[in-house]
Design a binder for this molecule. Structure first.
Ligand SMILES: Cc1cc2nc3c(=O)[nH]c(=O)nc-3n(C[C@H](O)[C@H](O)[C@H](O)COP(=O)(O)OP(=O)(O)OC[C@H]3O[C@@H](n4cnc5c(N)ncnc54)[C@H](O)[C@@H]3O)c2cc1C
Length: 327
């Protein structure tokens, strides 16, 4: 039923929201997840599905998309309602309930977990003539399927983690791979930089910037400039991948009356915000010592779900007992 009252509504289906949904299910709360993206997984699905993650407990190494798949299966076993492609716009307390409106519907709930990560995030785009028209036709800001680049001539722009991750992954399968960066200083993990430099699959050109993209129906070439000599070169290629960082925006969440610090929601040790019944966890929250990691986000989600349980039922214990005793 569309407008049923839920116990626990989670804004954001990233790793934090997914684990929160699992834990709420364990505590037998009627749970809903709402996300503005078309898929679950948050940053892991949208930004780096093919990247390996090395710092999740229990996984020596796991692909982001595989971790999302495990988290989703774990979260969905208790059948939470999942609403995708719905952006939460308002949150209000009305007649003892919390009411969230999205671009599609109104949701009623007793408690809320805001797990909105960096908010609605978008890649930093480059402004060059004709580049917008070629987006998706050879100009990319995300890589969601590495196989799409097999046998193609690729130019990767950037010197951070994403640029080197894609150089490492795509250098092996592309027909050719050139990485350009505007300085000789890289912001990526040293180990990945060494692997790309030593691997011999990628032609790294420092002090180079992208100056132009060319093509009518699809990308055919790019112009790069050597910023030291000023010399311009045209490179014939099929794809250019731009990794220039992301712009995040809390957007409507800023208007909900939450106490914020540097665009993050202030929480206490129970993960409660200043608004009654409203919790926050993951990248979107802040407290003294906060680290923005998947493992900390999921731990905070478990804390939030357990204290939400006590908000709904003051006779319930926050400590859930051991999961091995529950089944
Ligand atoms: C390239 C890269 C590599 C990384 N590597 C690692 C790593 O190796 N290890 C590690 O621990 N961390 C890593 N991180 C960080 C990690 O991805 C984040 O800490 C994690 O994704 C935070 O999870 P979250 O669920 O809190 O937020 P997110 O993953 O950002 O998910 C938030 C979700 O909320 C949704 N949302 C936001 N606002 C609204 C709204 N108003 N309405 C509806 N939905 C909304 C968004 O669409 C999104 O799906 C990496 C990050 C990047 C960018």
């Amino acid at each position: 039923m569309e407008n049923e009252l839920y116990d626990f509504t989670i804004i954001g289906g990233g790793p934090t929201g997914l684990f929160g949904a699992f834990y709420a299910g364990l505590r037998q709360m009627k749970t809903k997840i709402i996300d503005s993206l078309p898929q679950l997984g948050g940053q892991l699905s949208a930004l780096y599905p093919e990247k390996h993650i090395y710092d999740v407990a229990g996984f020596r190494k796991v692909l982001a998309k595989d971790l999302v798949s495990e988290l989703s299966e774990q979260a969905l076993q208790n059948n939470p309602t999942v609403c995708l492609e719905e952006k939460c716009i308002t949150l209000e307390h009305i007649d003892g309930e919390i009411v969230i409106t999205t671009n599609k519907a109104t949701h009623r709930t007793k408690t809320v977990l805001i797990a909105g990560g960096v908010g609605a995030f978008a890649p930093r785009r480059l402004e060059l003539p004709g580049i917008t028209e070629l987006e998706g036709k050879g100009v990319h800001y995300f890589v969601t399927d590495t196989e799409r680049f097999r046998g193609r001539r690729i130019v990767i722009v950037g010197g951070g983690d994403s640029a080197f991750d894609w150089s490492l992954a795509l250098g092996e399968i592309a027909a050719s791979c050139i990485q350009i960066h505007r300085s000789a200083t890289f912001r990526a993990h040293e180990d990945t930089v060494s692997k790309v430099q030593d691997g011999g699959n990628v032609d790294i050109r420092t002090f180079h910037e992208l100056r132009g993209v060319h093509g009518t129906d699809c990308l055919e070439a790019v112009t790069v400039v050597d910023t030291q000599s000023g010399e311009e070169t045209q490179i014939v290629c099929d794809d250019v991948i731009l990794t220039l960082g992301f712009l995040s925006n809390l957007g409507p969440i800023k208007e909900w009356g939450l106490a914020l610090q540097k665009n993050q929601i202030v929480v206490n040790a129970h993960m409660e915000t200043n608004l009654p019944g409203v919790f926050a966890a993951g990248d979107i929250c802040t407290y003294d010592g906060k680290l923005k990691l998947i493992v900390t986000g999921v731990a905070e989600a478990a804390t939030a779900a357990n204290f939400a349980k006590t908000t709904i039922d003051p006779t319930a214990k926050a400590f859930p007992g051991h999961s091995s005793d529950m089944k």
